[in-house]
Design a protein around this ligand. Structure first.
Ligand code: ZN
Length: 342
């Protein structure tokens, strides 16, 4: 049998250049505005595309350079959501209080959301292009609802808008569309009851690969405290994966590096492509290639090689850029090491 070469990718976001926004903030402010901001975001996208290619990543993304936050970027393009008058509200079942936009009426898309970045990527690379969108449940959970009074109904309406944008992204030439659903690790019963169905609505009619990313969040202080409260074994995936295994979603991005997720839970997703997180985003200590290879070997006990994709645990925003670059170098080097040993 030929030795497998596992593809490498990132879960989504990359730190923004300091001239665009504070790279260390999860919810920063743009440092420019108007046409200058628009051009600067595209320039940052192109810079990170080149960087990902040079690092040797096989599946590339826009690094989410054109959105200030992985959810709010999409919500700014939704009519019925007031992003100009945000309020303070709890998110992720009260894990933190954040400044969020308010749903004030029936929602619809103002127009295209990510056309410019998607077409820019496609025009400048022959590699596999992945594009991330927030999942419907996470959209609900990262806004304040003053209109629907029904999380499931609001999620289904978000899912229809996400589907509209996802179909357009596919037409732009995107190869993989990934929905980010960190909320699945917080509301596991709802994820099974209606969250996966909302993903089906969001991905309906797509012929490109579809993916869902479920994680324990960015490397923020709030998330560090939450993770510390979860105990010795994190079994959240155990509730959602069996239902996800039966879903129409092709790929699942999950965390595995320096994580308390029992590795055998990966076996619950038999048949799916797994983007296995082999780079931690919480601890800035850079993984050695040997550490990455060891995580891959652990995961391979439960994932078939043909379904294995090496990835980061979560987005690399808000990681300092030199750390992010060093971690991505280890991701690629460690994956190569693991493949050579097979
Ligand atoms: Zn994540």
């Amino acid at each position: 049998m030929a030795r497998p070469q596992f593809p490498t990718t990132i879960s989504g976001s990359l730190p923004k250049p300091a001239w665009l926004a504070d790279p260390l903030e999860v919810w920063p402010k743009w440092r420019l505005d108007g046409d200058v901001l628009n051009q600067a975001r595209l320039d940052a996208t192109l810079m990170w595309l080149k960087q990902q290619e040079d690092l040797g990543l096989d599946i590339v993304t826009d690094g989410e350079q054109s959105r200030i936050h992985f959810v709010h970027g999409f919500l700014e393009s939704v009519d019925g959501v007031d992003s100009a008058n945000k309020i303070r509200a709890p998110i992720r079942n009260g894990r933190s209080i954040q400044t969020v936009p308010v749903v004030k009426g029936t929602i619809s898309l103002k127009g295209r959301v990510h056309e410019q970045e998607a077409r820019l990527l496609r025009a400048h690379t022959d590699r596999t292009v992945k594009f991330t969108l927030p999942g419907p449940m996470t959209c609900v959970d990262t806004s304040a609802d003053a209109h629907y009074n029904d999380r499931e109904k609001l999620a289904m309406d978000f899912a229809k808008l996400l589907n509209q944008e996802a179909r357009a992204l596919q037409a732009d030439g995107v190869d993989i569309i990934q929905f980010d659903e960190p909320a699945f690790n917080v509301y596991m019963d709802d994820a099974v009851a209606w969250g996966i169905e909302a993903l089906h609505v969001a991905s309906e009619g797509l012929t490109c690969k579809t993916a869902v990313h479920i994680c324990y969040g960015y490397g923020s202080d709030v998330n560090a405290r939450w993770k510390a409260s979860l105990g010795a074994e994190w079994r959240q995936y155990e509730k959602v994966f069996p239902a996800l295994a039966k879903s129409r979603i092709d790929q699942v991005s999950l965390e595995c590096a320096r994580s308390h997720v029992p590795v055998e839970l990966l076996g619950l997703l038999d048949g799916k492509d797994l983007m296995v997180g082999v780079i931690d985003v919480q601890d800035e200590t850079v993984e050695t290639p040997e550490e990455v290879a060891a995580t891959i070997r652990r995961a391979l006990q439960y994932v078939k090689p043909e379904h294995f994709i090496a990835c980061t645990n979560c987005g690399l925003s808000p990681t300092p850029r030199p750390v992010a670059l060093a971690k991505l170098r280890s991701l690629v080097a460690g994956t190569k090491l693991a493949c050579e040993a097979l």
